[in-house]
Design a protein around this ligand. Structure first.
Ligand code: DX5
Ligand code: ZN
Length: 218
């Protein structure tokens, strides 16, 4: 199965966002990764439901919303109403990850659980049966352009093994420091959805970068 490329608009040019989105869609990306940051769970502030609502009518890309906020439950309904196709919630951000995932499903969108580099897979095993996707952070969240952390690769392998053992079907997404080399590395470990911000949107040739990632993860 070909890999799914999810360009992160955190590295796009906000003054020409629609054009930057159209460009990656034409190049073969299937998801658009939207980072929602509250300046609290992570140091940065970025996007929110109003942005998702404006993006929704200008693209057919699957809107993959990565929610980095404390009390994520407060934002789920607004993001779903705005047009998110999937909402990812960090297990570290809530005492009630099961309830948060239930809320996402009840809102009619796909549910994703997210783990930081310092969080073991065991933390999310109880909810793996209820998610559509697992996001393994391959950097500490908060900023684009950071270096990939190789120690996260083992967790991708664990998640792929757990999925086979328990006959589950979740996708495995990776986010942070993904380029041609780390896409190959994480694809070999079992990832099939690849977020890429600074590598794709480096102003040189985003379409060529998408083509390269598609070929590498096919
Ligand atoms: C980091 C965000 C990422 C970010 C990735 O907190 O979750 O989605 O945009 O950027 P790169 O690909 O540059 O590491
Ligand atoms: Zn992200």
């Amino acid at each position: 199965m070909a890999g799914i490329i999810a360009p992160s608009i955190l590295s796009a040019d906000v003054t020409k966002l629609a054009a930057d989105v159209a460009l990656v869609e034409a190049a073969g990306a299937k998801y658009l990764h939207v980072d929602v940051m509250d300046g609290n769970f992570v140091p940065s502030i970025a996007y929110g439901p109003a942005w998702v609502k404006q993006l929704r009518p200008v693209t057919n890309l699957f809107l993959d919303v990565h929610l980095m906020a404390v009390q994520p439950e407060k934002h789920i309904d607004a993001l779903a109403e705005a047009g998110a196709d999937m909402i990812g919630v960090h297990v570290e951000a809530t005492a009630h990850i099961h309830r948060a995932l239930q809320m996402i499903k009840k809102a009619g969108v796909q549910a994703e659980v997210v783990i930081n580099p310092g969080t073991p897979v065991a933390m999310i095993e109880p909810v793996l049966g209820m998610v559509d996707q697992v996001l393994v952070m391959t950097v500490n969240p908060g900023f684009g352009g950071q270096s990939f952390l190789p120690e996260t690769v083992e967790k991708i392998k664990q998640l792929a093994a757990y999925r086979a053992e328990h006959e589950l079907a979740y996708d495995i997404e990776v986010d942070g420091g993904i380029n041609d080399q780390t896409a190959a590395l994480t694809a070999a470990a079992g990832a099939n959805v690849f977020v890429s911000g600074s590598y794709v949107y480096d102003r040189k040739d985003p379409a060529a970068k998408i083509a390269k990632l598609l070929a590498i993860t096919a």
